[in-house]
Design a protein around this ligand. Structure first.
Ligand code: ADP
Ligand code: MG
Length: 686
């Protein structure tokens, strides 16, 4: 049971003043559903602005406050182009206030022509024109006070503004109670850490590394505790030893011999499955290393032993792809493979449920729907989780409760995580590595090209498609704002559609899931030739006929992310090409990073180099889309603080007799505070 003291924090965001159905949506898009989430929505950075009398006083790239008088509103002819308000400063200099998407409604209201307004934002140049994109503030009066003020900058989504989010954070802070301290007093003193509540206040108010460290430490401690509890719980439970007789595996007719790494991994898994204790193993292998067939062999061992196996995929589309692949590969063995997603309805659904219950289905592939309460298995003994970094520990715990005995768990990931970080993300799992790619893979021809050669690139895509092959076009994160990413992707899509017509489809994060899946399916089936996407395609899609990838503003991506993206091509026998489009002048580091992409295709090397060149940041996956393993701790903090958090967690659990005593109590509160990410099932009843 969640401690009562946390209740105000777990209330919905609607309990905050000013949040109704209209504001709820954009908050949800940022992953903010409860007061707690708003509290932990820490500023991305802080700005200090300078008040200037006119634009002559200001430099490009500077954050300023200036009095402006709107002279003209320019709605765009093209619905995808931005909305611009031209405004004059005291000297008659003209500047554009630029708005993407629905933000133009705000502009219309806030900037009546002829009336002076204080505008705060970052001064930029766009062509010949000075501009401020999405000003942080537009005020009728009191603008002078915005100068010299240090203000937090929060990540936004469409429909939110900085002042609105800051207001909600303020309310959330006011609701935050003092919590019992879970950090050991000696350590807090040494580090100069305040209590939890004060740390939150400080972290929202100004740049404060100490406060942020403390909050990151909380998260890491909660993570370590949760992983250790799962592990301990798992050890207490009996698993089901699975010994296969080879009868199913022997009938597999794979079109290729297994690599040495695949054979080794399968042997390791087979050894684990034969034990009483449930397996907890991570199969780590670069994109294209051939994890699927390893998973199939593992699942067939379960089937040979008279049990069932399930494979969990992060999206419907991936579930369907895995299902097709596995069904095809498993066909000669006679194992019954089924697909189960949240979308199945009526008779089809009933029949699968029945098959799982009576055991006529041996292997089921699906999304998390396969672990709903209504789904009962005759004897589920092995769970394979694909791309597990997209799943919280909570889900892992949920599945642990499914079988009568704890199922064996095989997690698969292509995320190249340096060794120091495996611990943080997976705890003490056993690891099998596919460190050898199947033979005959051709290197992907990777080139870095300036954006000014866009016409050539588009012409290249056209030739490629005309030759019967497919291509990806990846659009970047444009700003810190999802709205703008979408706008940019949509604009590119519109331009490419004008050229390629119905051959182009698009997917991005704000698209309705149904539409997204439909687009992906048209592409996967070969019906559509060009897929325009934001980074949502990062994980797992397997379309061997897609042999060209264009990545726009490649310098904005992390190396690990570029590597994941590039791994979508080079999957078939055809030579594949990856074009990294860079915009304008690059810093030396940025140039080095792109050069490295050209040089190597080794995910681990890229991950380590990324860490070295940039101090990391993206290794733990897709922070921007809110699916990262950690919400607060960044890579540097993880590397620095995790070992202590890990030891601390161990002491709390082992030496202090579980989570007893006052500090143990406090640690439970901490676990509940992070409930969403780290299920607390293991705490129930002891
Ligand atoms: P991953 O999931 O690790 O990214 P997949 O399992 O999708 O990789 O495999 C990528 C491709 O390589 C698939 O088309 C698969 O059939 C093929 N493949 C797997 N193992 C081998 C092998 N030993 N030799 C040749 N091709 C293989
Ligand atoms: Mg895969």
């Amino acid at each position: 049971m969640r401690p009562d003291i946390l209740n105000p924090l777990f209330a919905e965001t609607e309990t905050l003043e000013g949040v109704g159905p209209k504001l709820k949506k954009p908050l949800e898009r940022l992953g903010l559903t409860r007061v707690r989430d708003v509290l932990y929505h820490l500023p991305e950075r802080f700005v200090t602005r300078r008040a200037v009398a006119d634009l002559d006083e200001a430099g490009e790239g500077e954050n300023i406050v200036v009095a402006l008088t709107p002279v003209e509103h320019r709605a765009s002819r093209n619905a995808r182009a931005p909305y611009r308000v031209l405004a004059q400063d005291a000297k008659g200099n003209v500047l554009a206030l630029t708005y993407f998407g629905r933000a133009s409604y705000t502009a219309k209201k806030q900037l009546p022509v002829g009336e002076k307004r204080w505008v705060a934002g970052k001064l930029e140049r766009y062509g010949d024109m000075l501009q401020i994109v999405h000003p942080d503030h537009v005020l009728e009066e009191g603008g002078e006070n915005l100068g010299h003020l240090c203000e937090p900058v929060y990540r936004l989504s469409e429909g939110l503004t900085q002042p609105k989010v800051a207001g909600l954070v303020g309310q959330a802070l006011a609701k935050a109670p003092e919590l019992p301290e879970w950090i050991e007093a000696g350590q807090a003193d040494r580090e100069g850490w305040t209590g939890w509540r004060d740390a939150l206040y400080l972290a929202h108010r100004a740049e404060n590394a100490t406060a942020r460290d403390r909050l990151a430490y909380d998260e890491l401690l909660a993570n370590s505790l949760a992983l250790m509890l799962v592990r301990a719980d798992n050890r207490r439970r009996k698993g089901q030893p699975l010994k296969g007789d080879g009868s199913y595996r022997g009938k597999l007719a794979l079109p290729f011999p297994l690599t040495g790494a695949q054979q080794r991994s399968i042997a390791e898994i087979e050894g684990d499955l034969a034990q009483d204790a449930p397996m907890l193993r991570l199969l780590q292998g670069d994109v294209g290393a051939g994890k699927t067939v390893v998973a199939l062999e593992a699942m067939l061992i379960a089937v040979e032993a008279g049990a069932q196996a399930a494979m969990l995929a992060p999206t419907e589309l991936l579930a369907r792809q895995h299902f097709e692949t596995l069904r095809r590969m498993a066909a000669p063995t006679g194992a019954e493979v089924a697909l189960f997603t949240g979308r199945d309805k009526g008779k089809a659904r009933e029949s699968i449920l029945m098959g799982l219950l009576d055991g006529s289905i041996d292997i089921v592939v699906g999304t998390h729907a396969i672990f709903q309460d209504k789904v009962a298995y005759r004897n589920l003994a092995l769970v394979v989780i694909d791309e597990q970094h997209r799943f919280g520990v909570g889900q892992r715990l949920m599945l642990a409760g499914k079988g009568k005995r704890a199922p064996h768990v095989l997690a698969m990931t292509a995320t190249p995580i340096p060794r120091t970080l495996t611990l943080a993300q997976y705890g003490e799992l056993d690891v099998s590595k596919l460190d050898e790619l199947p033979p005959g893979r051709q290197a992907i021809d990777t080139r870095v090209i300036g954006i000014e050669r866009m016409d050539e690139v588009v012409a290249g895509v056209e030739r490629h498609i005309a030759g019967g092959q497919q291509a990806y076009w990846v659009c970047p994160m444009v700003r810190d704002n999802e709205t703008d990413d979408t706008a940019a992707a949509e604009a590119r899509f519109a331009a490419l559609k004008a050229r390629f017509g119905n051959d182009v489809v698009m997917v991005h994060g704000q698209l309705d899931p149904g539409l997204k899946d439909a687009a992906m399916e048209r592409f996967a089936s070969g019906d559509a030739k060009l897929l325009v996407a934001t980074t949502v395609i990062e994980v797992g899609v397997d379309v061997p006929a897609a042999t060209l990838m264009v990545i726009e503003q490649a310098e904005r991506f992390g190396l690990a992310q570029l590597h994941q993206l590039r791994g979508r091509v080079g999957r078939g026998a055809e030579k594949s090409v990856c074009l990294l489009l860079r915009s304008g002048e690059l810093s030396e580091t940025a140039r080095d990073r792109l050069a490295l992409m050209r040089e190597t295709q080794d995910g681990f090397r890229l991950a380590e180099e990324d860490l070295r060149l940039r101090g990391g940041g993206e290794l733990l996956g897709t922070r921007q889309s809110g699916e990262a393993a950690f919400q607060i701790a960044d890579l540097e903090q993880i590397t620095r603080l995790l070992p202590t958090a890990h030891d601390d967690a161990r002491l709390l659990i082992e030496r202090d007799g579980g989570l007893e005593g006052p500090r143990g109590e406090a640690a439970r509160t901490l676990l509940y505070l992070f409930e969403r990410d780290f299920g607390v099932r293991t705490l129930r009843g002891g």
